[in-house]
Design a protein around this ligand. Structure first.
Ligand SMILES: Cc1ncc(COP(=O)(O)O)c(C=O)c1O
Length: 467
């Protein structure tokens, strides 16, 4: 029998590695996908600050899982803790039962809490996201005070959950009062875009005066709330550090009026700002701290830590299925200890200062950089329209299109930098605390080159807008 061999079809060009994955993601995942739009890469390997895409390209990651990866990707200390836990046969899921891993995590956490806070505190393990811990903290304070409502700030970011408890039927877990009450929005001091059009210490002073007078005004429309919640450095809001004096004033104002103060350290915690916890810069002692991201050593974990006097919950008052994941607790304990032991908090302060100084020098050369600010390794570069008129504070309108071009130019140069802030015009640098001197120089060189190139390209149409 003769077998006819069909001439081979001319081979179709092989899709670029990762292209098919990206295509399927675009088709299957929700329109709300976020980072995936900014960074159309398929990471296949990551180590420290370096991420390698399926196409073989390597990137320096200045996003670090939105500030989660204090030690960068796959740090040996984290991997070892995870492997050790897996090999030990410890149960991976145990609701909120006691385990050796949880005990050890709690030890590591309490050992590193700000002095004056850890001694009389309780911890509640929440669902694993930062937003879960924010919900828990607000509900805790509603229970403790019997009040509703919260004081929150312009530019704040605390998460994305809404409504789950509202649609739950179990009345007991909704007590003391149904619903979260009103949110009173207060001005957060933002030097470059001062809410009072003043800027500097005078702007922060006005923010204090406004808050105090509003709360004391019998016709101010504010019913005494269950809590005030704030970030010591606003991350998603555009990397806006609050002056220490303003934070101390918020502590005084809330204490004098019997309003619990919740500090959201989801992004600032574990050394990010050059202090283990951002509250330590001002020396204030909050009534509750909301923690997530880095405390899980790259795995999902969230807790609220609070003074024991607020522990008015009944058993089961704030329950949940995923609370204190075993691997995340092991990875988180290892991370917190390593950060403290290796002096990474101090290093974050030093390297952060160096980066900020270099970026300020760049701002003097490139008028598209309106402001450089931050604390430790939480740094923001606000991009503006240099041709627009400056306002009374010397600030110019945000340049969101330029910011997108800079982000793309960074990616083309092997640098992952995300945007945030008002109008998404702030480049946010969140490198791991383990960033080396060499990596620091490479980040700065690539960033400077990207800003120069994007600024030189002018305000024309965006290249290759992605679906
Ligand atoms: C300060 C702050 N709080 C809360 C959250 C919400 O955390 P998650 O995204 O894990 O829900 C974030 C997330 O970026 C945050 O930066």
């Amino acid at each position: 029998m003769t077998v006819t061999v069909e001439p081979a079809e001319p081979a179709a060009p092989a899709p670029a590695p990762g292209e098919a994955v990206l295509r399927r993601q675009r088709i299957r995942e929700s329109a709300a996908r976020t980072y995936a739009r900014s960074f159309p890469i398929v990471p296949v390997r990551a180590n420290g600050m370096t991420v390698e895409g399926a196409d073989g390209r390597r990137y320096l990651d200045c996003l670090s899982g939105a500030g989660t990866l204090a030690l960068g990707h796959n740090h040996p200390v984290v991997l070892e803790a995870i492997r050790r836990t897996l090999d030990s046969g410890a149960p991976l899921h145990l609701l909120d039962l006691a385990t050796a891993e949880k005990d050890d995590f709690t030890e590591a956490l309490f050992a590193g809490l700000p002095s004056g806070f850890g001694e009389n505190s309780r911890v509640h393990f929440c669902g694993p996201a930062g937003t879960d811990a924010v919900e828990a903290a607000l509900k805790l304070m509603q229970t403790a005070t019997g009040r509703r409502g919260a004081l929150a700030f312009t530019g704040a970011y605390h998460g994305m959950t809404a409504g789950a408890l509202a649609v739950t039927g179990n009345v007991a877990v909704k007590t003391p009062l149904p619903g979260g009450g009103e949110v009173t929005r207060l001005p957060y001091p933002y030097d470059y875009r001062c809410p009072f059009g003043v800027g500097g210490p005078a702007g922060a002073e006005l923010a204090v005066t406004f808050t105090e007078r509003l709360l004391d005004d019998p016709a101010g429309g504010v019913v005494k709330p269950a809590a005030m919640i704030l970030e010591a450095v606003q991350g998603e809001g555009g990397v806006v550090p609050a002056p220490d004096g303003w934070l101390r004033a918020m502590r005084r104002i809330t204490a004098e009026r019997g309003i619990p103060l919740i500090v959201d350290e989801v992004q600032t915690g574990v050394g990010r700002t050059g202090a283990m916890w951002a509250v330590e810069h001002s020396g204030i002692t909050p009534d509750a701290m909301v923690l997530s991201k880095a405390i899980g050593g790259s795995l999902p974990l969230a807790v609220v830590v609070y003074h024991e006097e607020y522990d008015g919950w009944r058993p089961g008052a704030h329950t949940g299925t995923f609370r204190g994941n075993t691997l995340a607790m092991a990875a988180g304990a290892a991370t917190m200890r390593f950060v403290a032991r290796q002096g990474l908090v101090e290093r974050a302060a030093v390297v952060g200062d160096r980066i900020t100084a270099r970026l300020r020098a760049l701002a003097a050369e490139l008028p598209v950089i309106g402001d450089v600010r931050g604390r430790g390794l939480m740094i923001g570069v606000e991009l503006v329209d240099p041709d627009a008129e400056a306002d009374a504070c010397g600030s110019r309108p945000a340049a969101p299109e330029l910011a997108v071009r800079v982000r793309e130019a960074c990616l083309a140069r092997g640098l992952i930098v995300e945007l945030g802030g008002r109008h998404d015009a702030v480049l946010r640098l969140l490198p791991p605390l383990t960033i080396t001197d060499e990596q620091t120089e490479a980040v700065l060189d690539r960033l400077a080159d990207a800003v120069r190139a994007a600024a030189a390209a002018g305000p024309g149409a965006l290249p290759g807008a992605r679906p």
